[in-house]
Design a binder for this molecule. Structure first.
Ligand SMILES: [Zn+2]
Length: 559
């Protein structure tokens, strides 16, 4: 899938590029140089401050237009199943996309390129004895299914590399015409890095030595990178002015993005390993092609998924991966989403069963609270007087805290903490001592809290309504239905036992006596259910039931 062709750049360089810790002196110098080179765009100020890999600091996110915010996302190289590391990156950016849309008013046009021709695809197809095209089709479909299963919204449009070869060729011709690329006798075309001068390295700061591709003899300089690769024997190829061949990797993304957005691009996203050389090279290509000062105003990079206790990221080549399909057999997409939200999208994320379980418990706590609050609103959960003012205040405070967190570089852990804190306060009020019905009630404030919490989760793509599928156990929703059925059945039995159809007093007495065991069984059931926190009330012609208040305490977050 998403290959990390980005060579293993020295870790310090990458860390520097992403602001993940460098000596203080170095960092200041670098950030000044980059901050000065970056032009703050004009347009719609979203109100968000976002960590921009181009400046290595948080910049105000200003997009060209709220109605048409442009976002290019590097897509997968489709040669194998996607794993949880890929899932993590796409889910994190899906959450950001939803937040920008729903909370900060951006109508986003997202374009994703699919790399469906590449060395890995060709190699794998050969191993499997299928055509590269059918292999790519198979795994593209597989990728889309995985994304749908993870509830990742599809991009506005997918563009495949193989369907845009003429466009890629003209893009390369444009770069040659502007004097920044050259073709060789062997039929390769390379980007001339020297011609870019000190403008190369906008993301990584210092232009590093040759990386990524093996040094080929027909390059002028070892660090020049391929725009067009001459076909090797028995490889798929397209005709071009330089002979038969196929595009290099970086040129695909530059061309595809430019096809839709021209020289203007608000947001570019990808995993941290794509920053160098992939995104760096995309910038170089686009800025010389469009002859513009700044292509791609904001570069967002997501951190890797690590298997807990291991240094390395999850990857195919390290054989330490879990496929998305296998993962989703053990946990729901909502649990995975919440797991992703509990760390900043930029930071490396430690994967462990325990961390997934924690996310599962948090989601259950949120669901349980929403259910209890609903039961309270219906009058099934009877509590003492509620500190209504406190709750209105907490709700208003939470709304502010959540929005502020999201506006601060999409601080999802901060937002989740604020929501769980609100739930904690709500639960504290619901656990007040059981009282007989008839006391003062405050259903509106709980209604407002439930509505807000559901809206928050829905914004980030988590559905509390699907709760019975969340936990993997029977789930409280199912239990609720079962109790409902049980109480209905008991009511019928009880009504039958109490029916007085016989004409004479003696006959009625005799009938009641015969049916006495049924009444006793109904009473026993009522008493037994109290132990499970369920209280059945027999009224004249009906029976109702409610959860006893202590149940609410069991749902406190973290318990
Ligand atoms: Zn790309």
């Amino acid at each position: 899938m998403l290959s990390s062709r980005g060579a293993l750049v020295g870790a310090p360089l990458l860390r520097a590029a992403l602001g993940l810790g460098l000596g203080p002196g170095q960092r200041r110098a670098a950030s000044e140089a980059h901050g000065q080179g970056w032009l703050q765009p004009a347009g719609y100020d979203t109100g968000v401050k976002v960590y921009n890999s181009r400046t290595r600091r948080k910049d105000p996110l200003i997009v060209g237009s709220a109605d048409a915010t442009s976002w290019y996302s590097c897509g997968p190289t489709v040669y194998d199943h996607a794993h949880l590391g890929h899932a993590c990156s796409y889910v994190r950016f899906d959450i950001i996309r939803r937040i920008l849309t729903r909370v900060f008013g951006c109508n986003i046009i997202m374009v994703m390129g699919i790399t469906d021709v590449d060395d890995k695809i060709i190699r794998r197809a050969r191993e499997m004895n299928v055509s590269p095209t059918s292999l790519a089709n198979l795994y593209e479909e597989d990728f889309k299914q995985d994304m749908a299963a993870l509830k990742v919204l599809p991009p506005t449009v997918y563009l495949r590399v193989t369907e845009n070869i003429p466009q890629i060729i003209s893009f390369i011709e444009g770069i040659i015409a502007k004097g920044h690329a050259y073709s060789t006798a062997k039929g390769n075309v390379y980007f001339d890095l020297q011609s870019r001068g000190d403008k190369y390295g906008k993301l990584v700061g210092v232009a590093p030595g040759p990386v990524g591709e093996p040094v080929e003899s027909d390059k002028r300089h070892a660090s020049d990178f391929a725009l067009w690769k001459a076909a090797k024997p028995q490889e798929m190829f397209w005709a071009s002015p330089w002979g038969n061949g196929r595009p290099g990797w970086h040129i695909e993304c530059s061309t595809i993005s430019s096809l839709v957005f021209g020289s203007q691009l608000d947001i570019h996203s990808g995993g941290i390993d794509l920053a160098f050389p992939h995104h760096e090279n995309e910038i170089a290509q686009c800025e010389v092609f469009h002859q513009c000062k700044q292509w791609g105003n904001y570069f967002l990079h997501s951190g890797h998924l690590h298997v807990k206790g291991k240094e390395e990221k999850m990857s195919k080549s390290l054989k330490n991966y879990i496929t998305i399909k296998d993962f989703l057999k053990t946990a729901s997409p909502d649990v995975f989403r919440l797991f992703c939200m509990r760390s900043s999208y930029r930071s490396a994320i430690d994967y462990s069963d325990g961390a997934v379980l924690e996310a599962k418990h948090l989601l259950l706590a949120a669901t349980a609270f929403v259910e209890d609050a609903r039961a309270y609103m219906r009058g099934q959960l009877v509590c003492g007087p509620i500190g209504e003012d406190v709750l209105w205040e907490r709700l208003s405070h939470t709304k502010g805290a959540v929005k502020a967190a999201l506006a601060d570089d999409f601080d999802t852990p901060g937002a989740v903490d604020a929501i769980m804190d609100l739930i904690h306060h709500g639960n504290r009020q619901l656990k007040a001592v059981t009282k007989e019905p008839g006391g003062p009630r405050s259903p509106a404030v709980f209604g407002s809290i439930v509505s807000y919490i559901e809206q928050f989760f829905e914004t980030v793509g988590i559905s509390l309504a699907d709760r019975q599928f969340v936990s993997g156990d029977s789930g409280s929703a199912t239990l609720h239905s079962v109790v409902e059925e049980l109480v209905r059945f008991r009511l019928k039995v009880r009504q039958f036992a109490l029916a007085t159809g016989e004409a004479t007093r003696e006959a009625r007495r005799q009938q009641l006596l015969e049916r006495q065991p049924l009444l006793e069984a109904c009473d026993t059931l009522r008493q037994d259910l109290v132990a499970h926190g369920i209280s059945i009330k027999d009224r004249s012609s009906t029976s109702t039931w409610e959860l006893l208040c202590q149940r609410a305490q069991d749902h406190k977050p973290g318990s």
